[in-house]
Every structure is written in structure tokens, then in C-alpha cells.
Ligand binder design. Sequence first.
Ligand SMILES: Nc1nc2c(ncn2[C@@H]2O[C@H](COP(=O)(O)OP(=O)(O)OP(=O)(O)O)[C@@H](O)[C@H]2O)c(=O)[nH]1
Ligand SMILES: [Mg+2]
Length: 231
Amino acid sequence: MTRSVSIVVPVFNEADFIPRALPSLVDQVVAVAPDAEILIVENGSTDGTADTARRVSTNPPVRVISLPDPDYGAAMRQGFLESDGDWVVNFDIDYFSGRFLETVLSQPDDVDLVIASKRDPQSKDRRSLLRRIATLVFNLLLRTVLGSRVSDTHGMKGFRRALVDDVAPQVLSTKDLFDTELVVRAERAGYRIVEVPVEVVEMRTARSSLIKRVPRTIKGLFRIRRALRSG
Ligand SMILES: Nc1nc2c(ncn2[C@@H]2O[C@H](COP(=O)(O)OP(=O)(O)OP(=O)(O)O)[C@@H](O)[C@H]2O)c(=O)[nH]1
Ligand SMILES: [Mg+2]
């Protein structure tokens, strides 16, 4: 018998935050899915993140995977490929929800992908105005450049096993765009996608630099477009 869900959590230089966040993540997951596995995928950290994760959660369901070079998308990809749950759900160490997991696991059979959309009219996005604007602008670019109709690709998502096995190996993007390309490829392949509202509360001060991300993201979206056009 296969397990109901694998949770994939990319982490980078989170040694300080993991002791605070991981026990709560594990509790919330186990309360909803006692048979879940939780794959913590670290790459390139310089602060002992992987060891900290192993120390904080010594027992299953947590498994820690460690790779050499810092890359969010590569970590996500590795976690997805090593997972074996009927669903694969991605969480960040500072953004996870047992309630979202419950929503994913209660979907009817014909749903393949569940997106927690920060832009759903019923969502409560309590992040800073700048982050909310960044999400809006990114989504407008996604719609314009790639013709996508989803309203958000960053953040929590649940993927059906068949979709992961079919589409994840085709994804070329790394870094922040791995999951965006996965969603867009799934959309184009005709998988059934539903978006659900979410409440987003910052668990800590935002630490990633938007300035560095913007040019990289725009280049990445055009690279995805070229890849999709060339088949
Ligand atoms: N494995 C891996 N994980 C990463 C990398 N960069 C970020 N992460 C993890 O990805 C998740 C999201 O990263 P954050 O730093 O919170 O970035 P964000 O959520 O996009 O932006 P803010 O939280 O608003 O700053 C966290 O779990 C990070 O530890 C990376 O290079 N490799
Ligand atoms: Mg974050």
C-alpha cells in the first residue's frame, strides 16, 4: 500500500529557524495524515541546516536529503522524484498549513493539482504591500508571457502522483521557477487544476531580495516560453 502524501520542504540556511518551525510543521502534517513522509531537502547551506533538521526530528516521518549547491528548484525536484505519496505537497519552512493539506487530501478523483492562491478573492494575504504587489506583477507576467490562467504559482501546492511522474521530469527550470514551470506544463497537458483560498501570515521577516529576483524571473519566464515552443 502506498502512503497518502509526501511533503517536500526545500530549506537553505535555516539552522536558526528550523527548531522553531519544524516541530510545528510535523505536528500539523501528522494530525492530518499519520502515514505521511516529510522530505526536508537542503542544498548548499553553510550553517549546518541539514544536521539541525536531523537533530530536531530524529524519527520518521522526517527524512533529510542534502545536496551540494544552493538551488530551490533543484531541491524541490529531488524531493519530488524521491517521494512516493499518492499526493505530493510542497511547503516552505516558513509557510505551511495543516488545513491546506486537509483540503488537498479531500479532493475528488478528477482533481490533479491544488493551488493555495494568495490572489483568490477569499484569501487573506497579510504580507507587506510590496510582497503583495510583487505577487500581482509576477502573475501578470505569467499570464502575458506564458498564457497561463492560474492566479498564483508560488507557495503551497498539492500534486497528484501521476502528474508528478509525468511532468516533473520534463521541467527544465531551476531556482524559483521550477514549480511555476511544473504548474504551466501541467496546465498545458490538460490536468485539472483547482485554486483554493489561503490565509498568509509571515512567520518571520521576509528575507529574500526582490531586486535580485525580478530580472532573473523575467529571463526565466522567457526561457520557459522558448522551451515550450520548441516542444
Ligand atoms: N534547498 C533550498 N531551499 C531554499 C533555497 N532558497 C530558499 N529555500 C527555502 O525555500 C523556502 C522559501 O524561501 P524564503 O527565504 O522564505 O523565500 P520566500 O518565501 O520566497 O520569500 P520571503 O519569505 O518573502 O522572504 C524556505 O523553506 C527556504 O529555506 C535554496 O537555495 N535551496
Ligand atoms: Mg518565505
